[in-house]
Design a protein around this ligand. Structure first.
Ligand SMILES: C[S@@+](CC[C@H](N)C(=O)[O-])C[C@H]1O[C@@H](n2cnc3c(N)ncnc32)[C@H](O)[C@@H]1O
Length: 215
């Protein structure tokens, strides 16, 4: 058997100690990430049973599982190039957010309807070069915002994962033109040592609605 590297041993040790990993295993949840959304929802009241939600970066399906449990009368569209564990009522789109074919499928599912919430837990492939990873993370934030401009209803909400670093503060400031309330937050379930933060934007003003044109 090949020897494990020091860093993978460290990762295994951390996984064993981690409260949220153990909770996820004990309760049969798909992933630890589940708890981040639970905590965001508790604080910001993002979901109701009738919510129509677009979930970007859904694999392996931790958030999806939680969303399905909350959306008894709503709609969920989950997008990821990787396989997602999802229930039968969820629209699973295999592909990348922002790709033409994925956008076309979202259009046809929604028809004239609009979303109440756009979520993104998308993470870029990590290169290890901080500036590159930061730029990729900001690209994913832009893709999420574009989805809001296309399909989010006025007064709807968005919550997305981003990395603390170059460009984020300016991006968040600009977001305040399009949403009435914007909060940068780090749920307890997010590892303290990671640069991951969440941007929660509520009260969409639809000023730059791509479908309806600029106000
Ligand atoms: C941290 S994982 C998401 C975990 C998920 N929220 C859960 O609870 O199971 C990040 C995901 O983002 C996906 N991703 C990265 N870029 C993407 C893109 N452009 N479109 C859709 N998904 C993307 C990756 O494939 C990966 O599955």
């Amino acid at each position: 058997m090949s020897k494990r590297s020091k860093s993978s041993n460290r990762w295994l040790e951390r996984q064993k100690r981690d409260y949220f990993v153990r909770q996820a295993q004990d309760k049969g949840q798909v992933s630890r990430a589940h708890y981040k959304l639970v905590q965001l929802d508790e604080r910001f009241k993002l979901l109701s049973p009738r919510s129509k939600v677009l979930e970007l970066g859904a694999a392996p399906g931790g958030w999806t599982q939680f969303l399905e449990s909350r959306l008894s009368k709503g709609m969920l569209i989950a997008v990821d190039p990787l396989p997602i564990t999802a229930g039968l009522d969820t629209f699973v789109l295999e592909g990348r957010a922002g790709e033409e074919s994925v956008d076309a499928q979202i259009e046809s599912i929604l028809a004239a309807e609009r979303l109440d919430l756009v979520l993104s837990d998308m993470a870029p492939n990590i290169s290890g070069v901080r500036a590159v990873d930061q730029a990729r993370s900001m690209d994913l934030a832009d893709i999420t915002l574009t989805a809001c401009r296309r399909w989010l209803r006025p007064r709807g909400a968005m919550a997305l994962k981003a990395f603390q670093g170059e460009g984020l503060d300016a991006w968040v400031r600009a977001l305040r033109d399009e949403f009435r309330k914007v909060t940068l937050t780090k749920p307890k379930a997010s590892r303290p040592e990671s640069r991951e933060v969440f941007v929660v934007a509520q009260g969409y003003t639809a000023k730059q609605d791509i479908v309806g044109g600029t106000e």
